[in-house]
Design a protein around this ligand. Structure first.
Ligand SMILES: [Zn+2]
Ligand SMILES: [Zn+2]
Length: 905
């Protein structure tokens, strides 16, 4: 054993040994219970960042912990290797996307191996390889058979100058990323997956996973699905100038409109219908189209203006300024007979509900804003005084001119419905509307079908052929995969690159054998990630995405770990995919992931120089920090000018990023991983600080020195048995044993509840306790050696999930076994409850709510004993001297609280 700890040497040795021994490769049904630990697969950008390191360190700690507990642990990794950056690199630098991707994968695989993450590399997959995307295509065709795939016209971002479609990112700010031209929307036929067929199940299924997923993730999913219960109500439009034809009527039926002389609205608050001051429709609503020629010029102009504004891509959740105009059309409120103006509004979406809403400003915040802006009348129809149920975010009960109240209450100003509660009115008014044929009960969802067509090269080709005679023809299963060509002209302009590869485009029709064209769009990359972890269970299957029997053993995933930014799209798509696979008969469960952990971002300190008007690197700044390490003062070294310090997402341009590879080179993988887990609870942000990683290194050195100090004595004494020891355990040895078992209990509980930072703190305490054990190894008694052996071996086994390399090395030193911890069948230590139980515990004593002293007592001490001890305590005596004791509250093993009469002044 070297006297000093050399991280690189130890890490390389064990990485090699693990690979040779196939330590982390697993097979099904090996007699142990399975555990599936999964981290979200990376996009192969070429470089790992600290966020990755944190993600994989969490997964690895869990995987090791479960292995040491005797589970058969599946812990795989792969590459989400289709997507835009590869194509952008091709456009900008002329590289081949495939080569670029494979190079990046090689680099990142090596980085992961240098970190020593315990993956079963024999299961590695990559989305861009035909053996994988063959099954994206397979699923596409299966869904076509199930009626879950269809094609319809839909809008894409379009640059009129480059003649190309743009992703939302490429069109950010409403201009083309390449040439700066204003982006337009263009309609073109695209393929959709019918996720809405599962809307209700995606919502109700949340019950099943509630216990294992963070509430904020589930809330985001619920909002995305956006179920609302309410009613359709038909408003007649007597002055509409519709020219009715059968085909138009058919089209409007699809839009959910019963006939062309009326507008159908969807409302969740039919009880407020007497408060409606207008009907607001989307600019694309058919009633606008049909009456357009007859609108005054100002109305036409406003409609065009809104259409142009709408064509600009917006970020999700971005607040848009409300705009609109009165069209001159009139709608009749079927309840009151009142005539209401019909407006177009930029905030009403044709895709949601019916593309028309009734505006009730007194009881809806959005309508209120709109009415205020355009001076529309506001009429209260629900009293604010009584409310049993609150709907919406605001729970203010007051009804004033300045605010809308969305609370339920008693109806007022509503003819014969006045005096009823909102709930009664909703029920009865819906029934009334149904009986009089102008409305019906309805449920709507915000969730839209999943458009998967992308006009790009670097994705899975959609397996469809277009034939002049036979129309749209699916590629037969036996002809899969439809492979991407080697390359394509990457210009960034014109049609999708695939459309410019004649050998790809021109084919023969699978039905009639006549010349035909292939679909040249490729699939959204979210298709790949919707099912990739099923493939890990059977990654080399050539006939099926996976063998259902094998997958039944490993799935569902026991613990999934990733960023919260995937809370909606990826996690919703994969839940949908699971339900679809169940309906295909491939699996027999409903939810793919039992527990989900969303980790926080890794952030770093950045320095912004006001004098230079730019970010500056840390080495150009001198800082003064408080005892917690927080910067209290920062100045530029060169001119002493003030520097602004912020903690933000790591980025090269802000000089606050760190390269994991550099860190591993300097400090070792074990230390980097310990820091990634120790510095903060995994759900929180992690602030990167090199001083923190120094602490991790010092801890590992301390553990190493402990083993160095004791290893000879322990190896000589061999395996000692408690019952056969010569001599009694000393007081100190008993204390050490107690600390050992308390630590085991604490860490086991922490792991089970998903806490990854607290066990490291507990291990540091245990290593300190070992350091405090002052017996000289050479003269230690058998009893001493037994206690030390137990403590050190427990420490190492419990540290293994965090720092596997150094632990393997120390284990080999102590046991002589070169096979490694897992293949020696070592197990996570189990706490001896009798030892865990403390001899004495500290009980805080409060006087009038303030902590004044503590006493040591047996955990079994009775209320009376504790009260006596508290009153006998010297400090307490001083405090209560001469005062009247009003009450003494004793919570056994927890607290003594004394209440004294306040002193008269
Ligand atoms: Zn352009
Ligand atoms: Zn044909």
């Amino acid at each position: 054993m070297d006297e000093k700890y050399f991280a690189q040497k130890i890490e390389q040795k064990w990485q090699k040994r693990w690979a040779e021994n196939k330590t982390f490769e697993v097979e099904i049904n090996d007699g142990r219970e399975k555990f599936y630990a999964l981290e979200m697969l990376p996009y192969p950008s070429g470089r790992l960042h600290m966020g990755h390191v944190r993600n994989y360190s969490i997964g690895d700690a869990l995987a090791w912990y479960k292995r040491l507990q005797g589970y058969n642990v599946l812990h795989p990794i792969g590459w989400d290797s289709f997507g835009q950056p590869a194509e952008q690199a091709a456009i900008k630098k002329g590289v081949n996307p495939r080569e670029w991707t494979e190079d990046n994968i090689n680099q990142m695989r090596q980085q992961l191996q240098r970190l020593g993450i315990s993956y079963d590399w024999s299961r590695e997959i990559a989305a861009h390889r035909p053996e994988y995307y063959k099954f994206d295509q397979w699923f596409f065709l299966k869904m076509l058979e199930l009626g879950l795939t269809y094609r319809k016209d839909s809008q894409v971002n379009w640059c009129p100058k480059c003649h190309t479609t743009l992703s939302n990112q490429q069109a950010s700010g409403g201009v083309c990323w390449r040439c700066g031209t204003q982006v337009e929307k263009q309609s073109r036929p695209q393929w959709f997956l019918k996720i809405t067929a599962y809307a209700e199940e995606l919502l109700s299924g949340i019950k099943e996973i509630e216990a294992g997923w963070a509430e904020r993730v589930l809330t985001m999913q619920r909002n995305w699905i956006g179920r609302s219960e309410g009613a359709f109500v038909e408003f007649q439009i007597p002055n509409s100038r519709f020219q009715i034809s059968n085909s138009e009527q058919q089209k409007n039926l699809e839009f959910g409109i019963w006939n062309l002389e009326s507008v159908r609205v969807f409302t969740t608050r039919i009880d407020t219908i007497y408060g409606a001051n207008a009907i607001v429709v989307a600019v694309e609503h058919p009633i606008i189209e049909h009456n357009f020629d007859n609108f005054p010029e100002a109305v036409k102009a406003k409609i065009e203006e809104i259409k142009i504004e709408k064509a600009k891509p917006t970020d999700y959740g971005e607040e848009i300024e409300k705009d609109g105009i009165d069209t001159g059309l009139k709608a009749v409120n079927p309840f009151s007979g009142e005539e209401l103006p019909v407006w177009v509004g930029n905030y009403v979406m044709m895709e949601y509900g019916t593309g028309a809403v009734m505006s009730v400003p007194a009881h809806d915040e959005r309508d209120f804003e709109f009415a205020k802006k355009f001076g529309l009348p506001i009429k209260q129809v629900v009293s604010g005084q009584w409310s049993a149920v609150s709907e919406g975010s605001k729970d203010q009960k007051t009804k004033s001119e300045d605010r809308a109240t969305t609370d339920y209450g008693i109806l007022v100003n509503s003819d014969e419905w006045s005096g009823k509660t909102s709930e009664e009115a909703k029920r009865e008014m819906t029934k009334f509307a149904e009986e009089n044929n102008f409305g019906k009960m309805a449920t709507t969802y915000r969730l839209r079908d999943w458009g998967i067509s992308r006009q790009r090269f670097w994705g899975a080709p959609i397996p469809i052929v277009y034939c002049e005679t036979c129309g749209t023809v699916p590629v037969p299963f036996e002809n899969l995969p439809v492979e991407l060509p080697e390359s394509a002209p990457f210009t960034g302009v014109g049609e999708s690159p695939l459309a410019k590869v004649p050998e790809f485009v021109y084919t023969t029709c699978p039905k009639c054998d006549e010349p035909a064209r292939r679909e040249t769009d490729t699939m959204d990359t979210f298709v790949n990630s919707a099912w990739y972890y099923f493939r890990y269970t059977d990654p080399h299957n050539r006939e099926l995405p996976f063998n259902p029997e094998i997958t039944a053993y490993w799935m569902p995933v026991d613990q999934y770990i990733g960023g919260v930014d995937h809370a909606v799209m990826h996690l919703l798509y994969t839940r949908f995919w699971t339900k679809m696979m169940r309906d295909l008969g491939l699996i027999n469960f409903d939810e793919p992931v039992k527990k989900l952990l969303t980790q926080g971002m890794v952030v770093g300190e950045s320095y912004y120089s006001k004098s230079k008007e730019s970010y500056v690197p840390p080495d150009e700044v001198k800082t003064v920090r408080d005892e917690k390490g927080k910067v209290v003062e920062a100045n530029l070294k060169s001119d002493n000018s003030q520097v602004k310090v912020a903690v933000e997402k790591m980025s090269k341009s802000k000089y606050n990023g760190v390269d994991p590879d550099d860190m591993v080179m300097i400090y070792g993988a074990d230390a980097v991983r310990i820091f990634a887990l120790f510095a903060a609870p995994v759900e929180n942000e992690l602030v990167w600080q090199e001083t923190g990683i120094d602490g991790a290194v010092r801890f590992l050195q301390r553990v190493y020195r402990l083993v160095y100090r004791w290893h000879k004595a322990l190896v000589v004494s061999g395996q000692l048995q408690l019952s056969e020891l010569n001599g009694e355990l000393s007081q100190d040895a008993r204390k050490l044993r107690q600390k050992t078992h308390q630590t085991i209990k604490r860490i086991t509980e922490n792991f089970e509840s998903g806490q990854f930072n607290t066990p490291i703190a507990a291990l540091m305490e245990l290593s300190n306790a070992l350091g405090d054990f002052k017996v000289e190894p050479k003269i230690a008694s058998e009893a001493d050696l037994f206690a030390v052996d137990e403590a050190i071996k427990s420490l190492i086994l419990m540290l293994t999930p965090y720092a596997p390399h150094i632990c393997e090395e120390l284990w080999e030193v102590l046991t002589g076994s070169a096979k490694g911890i897992l293949q020696s069948d070592e197990k996570f230590p189990v706490a001896d409850e009798a030892l865990v139980k403390a001899d004495e515990i500290e009980i805080p004593i409060q006087i009038n709510g303030k902590l004044r002293s503590r006493v040591l007592a047996s955990p079994d001490a009775t209320k009376e004993q504790l009260e006596m001890m508290a009153l006998a305590d010297a400090k307490i005596k001083e405090y209560i001297d001469g005062k009247e004791i009003l009450k003494i509250i004793v919570v056994p093993s927890r607290l003594v609280s004394i209440v004294v009469k306040a002193q008269q002044s």
